[in-house]
Write a protein that binds this ligand. Structure first.
Ligand code: PMV
Length: 342
């Protein structure tokens, strides 16, 4: 059978997916808005093979066998696609990220978007962008946002067939940048799946949900109007709202009672304060963060050099700061590579 190769980019959420109404189907509690990231991509090839007795999943250019938990997540997702195509064949899967783990960008969004696209193409399943987004969502929630191109909105719905992502604007609509600053290479304290489950414990979660419809309208409008100030203010407030929910969700860890989850490291907080100072000094920059210590600075392209200098001088203040800095632009959606390129 044919070998198909797909590419998909990771995405950065401006309105976050935080909390689910259905954990098995990855149905989100609210709509979210994101941008695909140009320098963070996964390339995945899939080939179904009747001689295989199980799926064979290899990682990286050296083809390292995947660990059992990742392999079983991939196989479960292939099962969904096999069911759709009505086949029982197992597959060879080769997957490689353009970015290292530890750079502060999760690879599950780009990974499951690329896997969905490559496996469907290999089985000659002719699905629409909406159908591919729904399928990718079942593998990893935010993966549905890596299917369409550019700036994207994912709709919340109680119905699985209505929860998919759609483009708001093309990648070249707006030349804003994400400067990703990974301040720590260690594993994050709590996975996003566990974090999603804790949201409903926070007494502030209903307030967060109540404020989101207006914020979604403002951010969507600001993207379309290229209104950086409104956009930045809403995006920064939104990121803090996610962390307020995490910090106010009591739970137990190793039998110890914890009042909430702190995803930040001391360097994270220094960068958040520095961003506010840089803004007071006249730079156009706002921050956002996901469920981890990595800081994302959002700025117009024109501010890039000044900001990179500012970040590098802050980093050099302490020799132990081994930050990983990466610049991302809005990027295209998932696509199939033709065989000559693959
Ligand atoms: O797709 P998941 O389960 O890894 O959840 C992602 C959650 C956040 O990154 C914190 C927010 C988002 O919308 O990407």
């Amino acid at each position: 059978m044919r070998k198909s190769t797909a590419v998909a980019h990771a995405n950065l959420a401006f309105v976050k997916y935080w909390g689910k109404i259905d954990h098995a189907l990855n149905l989100p509690a609210n709509n979210s808005i994101s941008m695909n990231l140009s320098n963070a991509k996964t390339t995945t090839s899939v080939q179904f093979d009747e001689s295989l007795f199980g799926d064979e999943i290899l990682i990286g250019s050296e083809g390292r066998p995947a660990n059992p938990s990742f392999s079983s997540r991939v196989s479960n997702h292939l099962d969904r696609i096999r069911k759709e195509a009505n086949v029982t064949l197992h597959a060879h899967v080769w997957t490689e990220n353009s970015f290292a783990t530890g750079v502060g960008i999760a690879s599950s969004a780009s990974g499951f978007a690329a896997l969905t696209m490559a496996a469907c193409h290999a089985l000659e399943l002719d699905l629409s962008e909406k159908e591919l987004s729904i399928l990718a969502r079942k593998g990893s929630g935010s993966a549905c946002r890596s299917i369409p191109s550019g700036f994207v909105e994912w709709f919340a719905s109680e119905k699985s067939e209505e929860s998919f992502a759609r483009q708001i604007a093309k990648p070249d609509h707006w030349d804003i940048l994400d400067i990703t600053i990974a301040v720590s290479q260690s594993e994050k304290k709590m996975s996003s799946s566990a974090g999603h489950k804790l949201t409903t414990i926070s007494p502030f979660f209903p307030t967060r949900l109540a404020t989101l419809p207006e914020r979604l309208n403002l951010i969507r409008r600001a993207i379309l109007d290229r209104d950086f100030e409104t956009f930045g203010q809403e995006v920064e407030t939104e990121a803090i709202s996610l962390h307020l929910i995490a910090m106010s969700s009591p739970h137990k860890d190793s039998d110890a009672w914890l009042s909430g989850v702190y995803y930040w490291m001391p360097d994270t907080l220094e960068l958040l304060i520095a961003t506010q100072d840089w803004r007071k000094d006249g730079l156009q920059v706002y921050f956002t963060l996901d469920a981890g210590p990595t800081v994302h600075l959002i700025c117009p392209d024109s501010e890039k050099d000044q900001l990179l200098d500012a970040v590098s001088s802050l980093q050099s203040q302490r020799s132990e700061r081994l930050w990983n800095v990466m610049v991302n632009r809005p990027a295209e959606g998932a696509y199939i590579m033709n065989q000559e390129e693959a």
